[in-house]
Structures are given as structure tokens and as C-alpha cells.
Design a protein around this ligand. Structure first.
Ligand SMILES: Nc1nc2c(c(=O)[nH]1)N[C@H]1C(S)=C(S)[C@@H](COP(=O)(O)O)O[C@H]1N2
Ligand SMILES: [Mo]
Length: 324
């Protein structure tokens, strides 16, 4: 993949500057067809990426940057983002997922969407890729352990799925259940967590446009260690809320019993919004270390309320010390 550095310092994949005439004409025809509505946007992305593939220039998962939902900060290097991971199904060391996740088979893969919905459905990964136009969004990710990264994710708002399955009036929460297969995931043999890894959101949090159904990063499909083939990313919450390698999305009446809450309820609350004013019982949450700025000269960064995202209206009237 060709990489150029953009003016704001974020690494962006660019397509070739010189477009051959036949490619240009084909592209013009595509654009006419979209204008007349004869091609769906998902199909368009596929056609454009196939065209770009033929030229050998473009990323594997073409997506348009959504600047309204992207931070203007340097992206963490792909190397760091794929070699410093938490994915306990593959081991508890930061280097374990990169080393062990090669054994994960990500195709075929289905996600069952069920529970309190009028239209339950099971979608395979190709259906998910086509369900809505893919966007690139550069988000901060803040781990509860005190480090952060900036990652260009590819996906679309989870609300795109939610509106299609039509939650019933009983649906108050959404639960994400991730794969737990001992044959593919060596960490599932250990008892560090109660498997499968389960996370959850309140329905309004799940419907917030920032909540990203994530299928890729850095212009390509998700590497296994980052939660292939599909994960959730909730940028204003601690990283552990962003469940990887999801197989089930369940709408519920009751608050989901999440894995980290079950393991230590006094340390990992259900909400787990990034909040510099509420310390973890064993350490401060006021500052963070940006991965890639680890030299002794690098200052720690101040952690921002809700990780810097404008989501306070979701929690108006709530005591965030109590509902941590
Ligand atoms: N299934 C599953 N999802 C998971 C985890 C995990 O152990 N298992 N770890 C979480 C934690 S603690 C963090 S910080 C993020 C890390 O995501 P990244 O490796 O893509 O940066 O994934 C989250 N999602
Ligand atoms: Mo984390």
C-alpha cells in the first residue's frame, strides 16, 4: 500500500495521481449510475475498490474519511497498534495477540443479532461489509490501564444495524458476545476472565453515532489481534468496552453482566466512561501515556473527560462517581 503523510500528520493511503483514460471513463460512468440511483453505495465502494485493486494502488477497504468524527492528531503507527494489544483470548501479555492470533479463522463468520428486536437476523461478514457505506474515523482509544492510541478505524455507526432490526419497547441495553473457541484461542484455557468476553451498552449509547461497528483499520480489514473480522469501538469509554471478534449482538431488558464487571465490580463499572476525575481504585486516571511517545522526554498527557468526545448529554443528571 502506498502511504503518504497528510498535512495534519495522519498517514493516509492515496490512490494513484495519474488515472488512465479507460479507468477515468469507467469511473465517470459509475458516478452517473450513483447519481441516478442505479447503484447502491455499498456496491459502489466494492466497485471502486476493485478498480483501485486493479491499479494496485488502493487500500483493501476503501472508505471515505469522516472529518466530523475524526481527531486531528497523529495516528499511532500501524506497528504499535498491532503489537501492543489487549486480547486476553490470545494471552495476557501485550505482545501475545500479535504472536498468537494468527490461528483465528475469520471466514466464514456470522453475527447473530437477537433478543428484544422485531427482526432478528444473522449476518455474515460480507453482508456486514455491504450494510452501510464504510467510513474512516480517526478515534482516540484510552485503555483503563493508562495508555492511549489514535487509530483510523473503518466502519459505520452501529445505529445502522439497530434501525434495521427494530428494537422492541423492552430493549434497554445491547450486549456484545465475542468468540470463545479453545481450539483457536489459547487464552480461553486460562481462567483470567469468565468466557466468553461480554460487553454491553445502554441502548442510547449504542445508538450514538460515534459508536462504530468496526470492520477495518488503516485502510484494510482488521488484523486478527485487533478483533477481526468485526468489533465495536466506543471512543469515549475505556478500551475494554470495545469488544473484539463479536459473534452475537443481543438486545436486553436488563443490564448485561459484563466480563470485567463480573471479575472485579469495584474496579470496572458498567459505564466505564473515560473520566479523569474518577480514579481506578488502584491508580489515578488523570493522565495517560500515548503509545509511540514513550521516550523519557515525552510528557504524560492529561486525560480528557469522555476522552474528549462531546457525549455529556447522554449522562445528564447522572452521578458519574456512582455510575463509573
Ligand atoms: N474479546 C475481547 N475484546 C477486547 C479485549 C479482550 O481481551 N477480548 N480487550 C479490550 C481492551 S482492555 C482494550 S484496551 C482494547 C484494545 O484494542 P486494540 O488492541 O485494538 O487497541 O480491546 C478490548 N476488547
Ligand atoms: Mo484496555
Amino acid at each position: 500500500m502506498l502511504i503518504k503523510r497528510s498535512p495534519n500528520g495522519i498517514d493516509l493511503p492515496f490512490s494513484s495521481e495519474i488515472t488512465p483514460r479507460h479507468v477515468f471513463e469507467a469511473r465517470r460512468d459509475f458516478i452517473k449510475q450513483i447519481a441516478t440511483g442505479s447503484i447502491a453505495s455499498g456496491a459502489l465502494i466494492e466497485m471502486l475498490s476493485r478498480e483501485a485493486f486493479a491499479q494496485g494502488t488502493a487500500p483493501k477497504l476503501a472508505a471515505k474519511r469522516n472529518p466530523a468524527y475524526s481527531v486531528q492528531e497523529n495516528a499511532t503507527s500501524l506497528k504499535d497498534a498491532t503489537h501492543y494489544n489487549n486480547f486476553y483470548e490470545f494471552g495476557t501479555d501485550k505482545s501475545d495477540p500479535a504472536e498468537n492470533a494468527g490461528s483465528l479463522r475469520t471466514r466464514p463468520w456470522t453475527v447473530s443479532i437477537e433478543g428484544e428486536v422485531k427482526k432478528p437476523v444473522t449476518l455474515d461478514i460480507d453482508a456486514l461489509l455491504k450494510l452501510a457505506p464504510l467510513e474512516e474515523r480517526v478515534y482516540r482509544l484510552r485503555c483503563v490501564e493508562g495508555w492511549s492510541m489514535v487509530i483510523p478505524w473503518v466502519g459505520y455507526s452501529l445505529s445502522e444495524i439497530i434501525k434495521r432490526v427494530e428494537p422492541t419497547g423492552n430493549a434497554k441495553y445491547v450486549e456484545f458476545v465475542t468468540l470463545a473457541d479453545k481450539r483457536q484461542m489459547p487464552g480461553v484455557n486460562s481462567r483470567v476472565l469468565d468466557w466468553p468476553y461480554v460487553e454491553g451498552l445502554r441502548l442510547d449509547e449504542a445508538n450514538h453515532p460515534l459508536t462504530l461497528l468496526t470492520l477495518g483499520m488503516y485502510g484494510d480489514v482488521l488484523p486478527n489481534q485487533n478483533g477481526a473480522p468485526v468489533r465495536i469501538v466506543v471512543p469515549w469509554k475505556y478500551g475494554f468496552k470495545s469488544a473484539k471478534s463479536i459473534v452475537k449482538i443481543r438486545f436486553t431488558k436488563d443490564q448485561p453482566r459484563t466480563s470485567w464487571y463480573k471479575s472485579a465490580p469495584s474496579e470496572y463499572g458498567f459505564y466505564s466512561n473515560v473520566n479523569p476525575n474518577v480514579d481506578h481504585p488502584r491508580w489515578s486516571q488523570a493522565t495517560e501515556r500515548r503509545i509511540g511517545e514513550d521516550s523519557f522526554l515525552a510528557r504524560k498527557r492529561k486525560t480528557l473527560m469522555f476522552n474528549g468526545y462531546d457525549v455529556a448529554s447522554l449522562y445528564s443528571g447522572m452521578d458519574l462517581k456512582r455510575y463509573f
